[in-house]
Design a protein around this ligand. Structure first.
Ligand code: GLA
Length: 389
């Protein structure tokens, strides 16, 4: 925890909202990576995410009024909201808070007025889930402050509903879930159809995961994310008409001929191909991590990338360039992570290989796209929590 930052934010909070005997409480939620299982969490698939040590933090204090007074350090903006809460196109960052309050109240709780300051260091639009972290930290801070009894899993679902219903992205549950339940040094395997999950610790030995930020900013809301989800849903409707036993696209196991007879469009067929092949790769990756077979894990990560790029069509030229270059440079594995259309690449490689990669890739990317990429080393960290100030 950066104590200077927290002191500055506390001063800022008190100068905006007044100094009282009661200090605000500070809550922090991490970013996330996902090792395997991409674009399957709204289709009943298995995902393998972990929380990492970037964060969104909120300072929150009840104000005994009917107003929510909100300040964003990133946007240097203060907004007062009152019920009924509506989407706010002038300050869209407040929608995450309004969405969470609305979803908590739909469950029969009452959320009294509060003052809140938000800050963080998760690069926005980088595929590391700054929005989900904001939703989860807001939900957690509200339930802790007002003594509501809401489990971590339920806070994740509230965050997802806020994003689906208020913000407008029809995201799955992976991001909010791992941010709510993450544990230092562990990833989880989450079955998104049952929400059953377990913690896993993998010994990486001489290997490491790290991230490369392409600096291409995605906007899931304005992007084709919702369209991909619709294509998957319409593919399932057609498949079910012939094979009613399948309840999720992720489960579909059919030969090419059988799929042909479902009369999918070319897009629906390609999306189905990604989703069902991701199921097979996920098994291979979990086995490989358990047995220390990093070569096989890496090969599957590359395969996932090209499946996301060619069949699911959620990559972009910059990200493809990074993965292609890494493959030529001989790294163990790499792929885009998150919703896509920009953001970060997750790399798996031997630790001592890093110094040979970063300078070469930085230079070639700069030459081709005139942008400087960032490399992030990270620690697997805890999920949302309170920090004492
Ligand atoms: C975004 C969404 C998640 C998930 C990923 C793709 O991060 O928020 O729910 O669908 O994209 O795996």
């Amino acid at each position: 925890m950066d104590s200077l930052r927290s002191k500055e934010n506390l001063n800022r909070f008190e100068s905006l909202f007044g100094k009282t005997k009661e200090l605000p409480r500070l809550f922090q939620a991490p970013a996330r990576i996902n090792i395997i299982g991409e674009h399957v969490d709204y289709l009943g698939g298995i995902v393998l995410p972990a929380a990492i040590d970037f964060f969104v933090e909120v300072y929150l204090r009840p104000n005994n009024t009917a107003s929510y007074n909100l300040h964003s350090v990133t946007y240097n903006e203060t907004v007062e909201l009152k019920k009924p809460l509506q989407p706010n196109s002038k300050s869209p960052w407040t929608d995450y808070i309004s969405g969470v309050i609305s979803e908590i109240e739909k469950k029969g709780h009452i959320v009294p007025g509060f003052d809140l300051l938000v800050d963080g260091n998760i690069p926005q639009g980088s595929g590391l889930s700054s929005s989900a972290a904001f939703e989860v930290v807001t939900g957690y801070a509200i339930q802790e402050t007002f003594g509501l009894v809401i489990s971590r899993e339920e806070i994740a679902l509230i965050g997802q509903r806020a994003e689906n219903n208020f913000v407008g992205t029809k995201c799955g549950i992976m991001d909010q879930f791992i941010i709510a339940v993450g544990k230092k040094d562990d990833c989880i395997s989450l079955n998104t159809s049952t929400l059953k999950y377990s913690y896993h610790h993998f010994e990486l030995g001489n290997n490491e995961f790290y991230l490369i930020n392409s600096k291409v900013k995605h906007s899931l809301k304005d992007s084709a994310y919702n369209k991909r989800r619709e294509e998957c849903e319409s593919a399932l409707v057609k498949i079910k008409a012939k094979y009613p036993k399948f309840t999720h696209l992720y489960e579909v196991e059919l030969s090419d001929k059988e799929l042909d007879e479902c009369h999918l469009t070319n897009e629906e067929l390609k999306r189905t191909k990604h989703v069902t092949s991701e199921r097979e790769r996920t098994k291979i990756v979990i086995d490989g991590l358990e047995t220390g077979d990093f070569k096989t894990v890496g090969t599957s990560l590359f395969q996932t990338h090209w499946s996301l790029s060619k069949d699911f069509e959620v990559s972009c030229p910059e990200i493809d360039f990074i993965v292609d270059s890494l493959q030529s440079l001989g790294v163990t594995g790499a792929r885009m992570i998150g919703g896509g259309f920009g953001g970060c690449v997750l790399v798996l490689d031997m630790k001592d290989h890093f110094s040979k990669i970063d300078a070469v890739l930085k230079k070639s990317y700069q030459q081709k796209f005139n942008v400087e990429i960032d490399f992030y080393k990270f620690q697997i960290s805890d999920g949302v929590k309170e920090i004492s100030i």
